[in-house]
Design a protein around this ligand. Structure first.
Ligand code: BGN
Length: 292
């Protein structure tokens, strides 16, 4: 609570009323980064203006006023080396993009199976209660954006899939047109409109396809950047033994569109066991509880 109090004081003393609005500029950007598979977190450490990141991983440009605010929500489990690389990489990139952002890492206490949708929803709710974010980016822990022209902002009219190429797939191509996995950006309003993610997908697979059903049912379309912009490097890992494919995912998907009004953000049930404002991100630990 000390940290919380510090933060509150810090925020209230922050004044940007005399600053000009941040302009979209490529002056600070690098374009396509030459990141190879052996990327080390320390390579990025140097680029970060640590002093300007507030506890909880919150940053605001000093030299211009950014109206939009973005919460990066990372559903997380057991991939600390990926998390460190991603967090450092994101801070460096988002600062170059002159964004006002906060990073939220959401973890579920064991022994429950990984549930990406539920963690995204819990992250959304937590971030909403802390800041007043206008955009939410649900981000896989093992995906590094390789082109900083890939602006981490939402599209006002439709959810935006920030991935156009992913090294994990054959020829880096997306596996199918309706694929929206990996990194997805929704405004607060869009997130509510689709009733968030389904909370019912435990284990690997399907929660992103379910989200696509919700998006379609609300007459949204998916927007993407040009192909050479949304380029991602998938960090290598040894299998997913702790996250086996969900055997019910086909069945759940079949009823996805019917369920969306009553199941999702509106029905989520969890206990927040921990909330820590760490130096580079806010860490949220939740416990799943059975809903009625
Ligand atoms: C799909 C998965 C997605 C996953 C992509 C890419 C399912 C639903 C089966 C009916 N969908 O097959 O969740 O993101 O592969 O790996 O499993």
């Amino acid at each position: 609570s000390d940290v919380l109090q510090q933060e509150t004081i810090h925020w209230s003393s922050y004044t940007d009323k005399d600053l000009a609005l941040c302009k979209k500029t490529i002056r600070h950007l690098h374009g396509r980064m030459n990141t190879s598979l052996d990327v080390k977190a320390t390579d990025y450490d140097k680029q970060i203006v640590l002093a300007d990141i507030k506890y909880g991983g919150i940053y605001r440009p000093r030299d211009c006023k950014q109206k939009d605010s973005v919460a990066i929500v990372i559903p997380y489990r057991d991939r600390i080396e990926h998390l460190n690389i991603l967090i450092n990489h994101l801070h460096a990139m988002l600062q170059r993009q002159k964004l006002y952002y906060g990073i939220y890492v959401v973890e579920m206490s064991l022994p429950v199976q990984f549930n990406r949708g539920l963690l995204a929803n819990a992250g959304f709710m937590t971030a909403q209660s802390i800041g007043t974010y206008s955009c939410y980016i649900i981000h896989d822990v093992d995906l590094l954006p390789l082109n900083d022209f890939n602006e981490y902002k939402c599209s006002p009219n439709n959810p935006k899939h920030l991935v156009t190429k992913n090294s994990k797939f054959k020829n880096d191509a997306l596996p199918y047109t309706d694929y929206i996995g990996g990194v997805l950006a929704l405004t607060t309003e869009q997130y509510y409109r689709v009733n968030g993610f389904s909370n019912l997908y435990f284990g690997w697979g399907g929660e992103d396809d379910d989200m696509h059903l919700r998006i379609k049912a609300r007459n949204f379309t998916i927007v993407r950047n040009a192909e050479h912009i949304g380029v991602y490097l998938a960090l290598p890992h040894n299998g997913d033994s702790s996250n086996p494919p969900n055997p019910y995912r086909d069945l759940l998907l079949q009823q996805g569109a019917y369920r969306m009004n009553v199941e999702g953000l509106s029905s989520i049930s969890y206990i927040r066991k921990s909330l820590e404002f760490r130096q580079l991100y806010t860490w949220v630990l939740i416990d799943c509880v059975e809903s009625e």
